[in-house]
Design a protein around this ligand. Structure first.
Ligand SMILES: Cc1cc2nc3c(=O)[nH]c(=O)nc-3n(C[C@H](O)[C@H](O)[C@H](O)COP(=O)(O)O)c2cc1C
Length: 357
């Protein structure tokens, strides 16, 4: 265990009852029970991705984490899931202590969780969103800059985080392109009280992503990602593969061609037709997309699964932050966390030393 600099003991450590102010965020298909438990056991806090799980799978994964560690962990939920209320009620009863959200939460959700003693931490991409959720009573926010992986906003991390920390009094975690101890110290300088990382943990030993997919991340440079709406209508950062370029150029597809494409993907991803349609209908209620976009968007979670779980490179939908360009190995989570704490502690001690005159 590295000696942690006292400056790293922030309100985030008290809020989550953890040793280090390091969060492994919820990542659909990627932050499984194994990865989540490993992060929490190593002194950070892991978030289980439940947005891509059935209710039964979620229950099994929560039990698996509780079996593996008695340290605090969180779950990341999809706020527009049809059974969201049942999932939250079950989580409260089952001792889940922290909830993060795959989309914007709703004020009544925040209240319900808060009234039951559950800590809530949404991800926001703009200062005004941070102010709004702080008013609703959330306990902390993850301020994610545009460099981040998956769905992401347009304000860069170095601009967003100081903006948000100046605007709200609750603890802020910095996210978006952060991978190391330097990023942790920079985040403290911006007024944040810790870091939240996706891509760094995706590229760990405990993440279940197939080795061939991890290799594709290692081989990609900082400039090999793109923030695109072409996958599901909402800006998302992914590796800029041939498939993504194809979707981008097909953005204005008319309905019949989009339908043909969706059906082609359906075969590749083995999504059932009723599942595809019911996902499209639920998305139509929540997003302002054309039917053409919806047909592709409805299949987006399955496109991601085909790559990130099944290793299907033909599909090639790989969400990522720009930080992938500086990562070239997938060590155990404990090594990642200890490395970040050791590096940040050294930098903080050095910064504290008086320069010789
Ligand atoms: C593969 C992948 C899947 C993701 N899935 C989700 C998700 O299901 N829910 C969510 O709230 N955020 C999701 N995100 C965003 C991450 O939780 C996190 O906010 C982001 O990765 C942080 O940026 P970084 O990757 O640069 O560290 C995902 C990101 C990646 C890379």
């Amino acid at each position: 265990m590295s000696a942690s600099h006292p400056r790293l003991n922030t309100r985030i450590c008290d809020l989550f009852k953890i040793e280090y102010p390091i969060v492994q965020t919820g990542m659909g298909w990627v932050s499984t029970a194994r990865l989540t438990a490993a992060t929490s056991a190593a002194g950070g806090i892991g978030f289980l991705a439940t947005a891509t799980q059935t209710f039964d799978e979620m229950k099994e994964s929560v039990a698996e984490i509780q079996e593996a560690t008695d340290k605090p962990f969180g779950i990341n939920v999809r706020t527009d899931a049809p059974d969201i209320e049942d999932r939250l009620d079950w989580s409260i009863k089952s001792g889940v202590k922290v909830v993060s959200f795959a989309q914007a939460p709703k004020p009544d959700m925040v209240k319900k969780l808060k009234d039951s003693g559950v800590v809530t931490i949404p991800t926001i991409a703009a200062r005004r969103h941070a102010e709004k959720v702080a008013e609703w009573g959330v306990d902390a926010v993850i301020a994610q800059g545009s460099e981040g992986g998956g769905h992401t906003g347009e304000v860069p991390t170095a601009v967003l985080v100081p903006q948000v920390t100046s605007a709200v009094d609750i603890p802020v975690l910095a996210a978006g392109g952060i991978t190391d101890g330097k990023g942790l110290v920079a985040s403290l300088a911006w007024g944040a009280e810790g870091i939240a990382m996706g891509t760094r943990f995706l590229l760990s030993e405990e993440s279940g992503v197939p080795q061939s997919v991890k290799e594709a991340y290692f081989e990609s440079a900082v400039t090999d990602t793109v923030r695109t709406r072409a996958i599901d209508g909402v800006p998302q950062r992914v590796i800029n593969t041939t498939m993504v370029r194809g979707l981008e150029s097909a953005k204005l597809l008319r309905f019949p061609r989009a339908m043909v494409n969706a059906l082609k993907f359906r075969r590749l991803t083995q999504t059932t037709f009723p599942d595809l349609i019911s996902e499209a209908i639920s998305m139509k209620k929540n997003q302002d997309l054309t039917w053409s976009q919806l047909m592709l968007a409805a299949n987006a979670p399955m496109l991601t699964k085909a790559t990130m779980v099944e290793g299907n490179h033909e599909i090639g939908i790989m969400p990522t932050g720009v930080g992938l360009g500086v990562i070239n190995s997938a060590p155990p989570v404990e090594m990642i966390i200890q490395g970040i704490i050791a590096e940040a502690s050294d930098i903080l001690s050095e910064l504290n030393q008086q320069k010789p005159s």
